[in-house]
Design a protein around this ligand. Structure first.
Ligand code: ASP
Ligand code: MG
Length: 455
């Protein structure tokens, strides 16, 4: 049994879903369970609907609902073949329900997290139906399962946490037997509390759903189908000419994702890590490409660096306290402030007289600085970038830092960090230097490629 997850762009149109049906068919012997995102940009639009309605702009909200209705009918019905009339009824019923909800919200003029989830869930409820009908029309048995009947969460609407024990039991009992005889299709992202209120796992949550489903049925593999060939040696938005990394450890993938490779968020695959299930990143537009395999152990590589990841637009905070310096509790106080404001820190380095750290979320920065200034001096440097060399072999290979610094000899390095796990070597530089720096490092570390690991 395998889990195949297709993201929004992989199911955005009739043509895209037909492509998905072809891919799933080619894996049919491995008993796929398919997890899908909402079609295209549907989730964004649904959230817009919710906000328009809550702001009392009823007509604008209803017009957006109309757009979504036409979009789903147009692509859905073209895919459903002989079952078009049945799908038509399902789609219309969902939108009638949404129309009513929107009217209600625009009268009340307020939006709870719970109503937001109810609205946002429509995307995956519909995409999973459409895809399941499309599979049947293309000639294989398919069974739709409403994810809300098996994936159970707490009641933190918009970012609910799964109750794994109950969820795994439900998946084993309800989904696994169905998947023996038909391709099960489920919506990602959506779930439910034990008392039946619809929840969502947070934006981008379909990957998480796929990992949960995979762990619940003990899948032999979880495939994340996207629109890129896999993880690359460099972020294609910054530097072109990156190579596909064929294999990574979970730890390496996590380091890459923390620092901006937007392909997969590390937390989403934790259920897979726990059960030692490999995760594949594959391209639904080029299914012949072998993608990236992420598993517990890493394939030995002659290149010590597997990838250069980076993150732009970060801010450095320099925190200095002559009074409390080196006094125990100073670090605790600093991190308490960040924790209270739900702002995560990416990189930290300390010296005799100060602590420097970086954040990319500046939403609460004013409040954070105000609190820090109660016991320290704080200065900010905006417009910075983190560059990170990632690879399990960095720790076994002497001279990596030396080579990197050689390349960066003309660059002003603002901070340096190498964690004790030595999986990564990170620098902070001025944002405007990011592209040339990554290009130069890429040239240094990927001039020759180990064919077992890179394409
Ligand atoms: N449709 C949801 C979102 O756009 C979940 C996902 O696509 O993973 O955030
Ligand atoms: Mg995604």
């Amino acid at each position: 049994m395998i889990v195949m997850k297709f993201g929004g762009s992989s199911v955005e149109s009739q043509q895209a879903v037909e492509r998905v049906a072809g891919i799933v068919k080619s894996y049919i012997e491995r008993k796929p369970i398919v997890v899908v995102s909402a079609m295209g940009k549907t989730t964004n639009k649904l959230l817009q609907v919710a906000h328009e309605a809550a702001a009392g702009r009823r007509d604008q909200a209803l017009a957006l609902v109309d757009e979504l209705r036409s979009y789903h009918l147009q692509h859905g019905l073209a895919l459903a073949g002989a079952h078009a009339a049945e799908l038509d009824r399902y789609i219309r019923a969902h939108f009638e329900w949404l129309d009513e909800l929107v009217k209600g919200l625009s009268v009340v003029g307020e939006l709870s997290a719970r109503s937001m989830d109810a609205i946002a869930s429509v995307g995956e409820r519909l995409s999973s139906l459409v895809v399941s009908f499309a599979f049947r029309a293309s000639g294989f048995k398919s069974q739709h399962v409403d994810s809300r009947s098996v994936i159970l969460t707490d009641a933190q609407f918009t970012h609910a946490q799964p109750l794994l024990e109950e969820t795994y039991a439900a998946l084993k009992e309800k989904v696994q037997p169905l998947a023996e005889n038909a391709v099960v299709v489920m919506g990602g992202f959506i779930a439910s509390t034990k008392d039946g209120h619809t929840t969502t796992l947070g934006r981008g949550g379909s990957d998480y759903s796929a990992a949960i489903v995979g762990a619940g049925v003990n899948a032999e593999e979880i495939q994340i189908w996207t629109d890129v060939d896999g993880m690359l040696t460099a972020d294609p938005r910054i530097v072109s000419g990156g190579h596909r990394v064929k294999s990574l450890s979970f730890a390496e993938a996590a380091e890459m994702a923390y620092f901006g490779a937007k392909v997969l968020h590390p937390a989403t695959v934790l259920p897979a890590v726990d059960k030692n299930i490999p995760v594949m990143i594959l391209n639904s537009r080029r299914p012949e490409v072998a993608g990236t395999r992420i598993s517990l152990t890493s394939v030995p590589s002659r290149n010590p660096v597997k990838s250069i990841s980076c993150k732009n637009d970060i801010t450095i905070l320099n925190i200095r306290s002559t009074r409390m310096l080196m006094a125990s509790g100073f670090m605790v106080r600093i991190f308490e402030v960040f924790n209270r404001h739900r702002t995560s820190v990416d990189m930290v380095s300390t010296s005799e007289v100060s602590v420097s750290l970086t954040v990319d979320n500046v939403e609460n920065l004013d409040a954070i600085c105000a609190e820090l200034r109660e016991f320290s001096e704080v200065t900010l440097e905006q417009g910075q970038a983190i560059v990170c060399l990632v690879g399990e072999n960095i720790r076994h290979t002497p001279g990596i830092a030396g080579r990197a610094f050689q390349v960066l000899s003309g660059t002003n390095i603002r901070m340096i960090s190498q964690g004790a796990s030595v999986l990564n070597l990170g620098f902070v530089i001025t944002g405007s230097e990011l592209a040339p720096v990554v290009a130069a490092l890429h040239k240094e570390f990927f001039a020759e490629l180990d064919p077992n690991v890179f394409d």
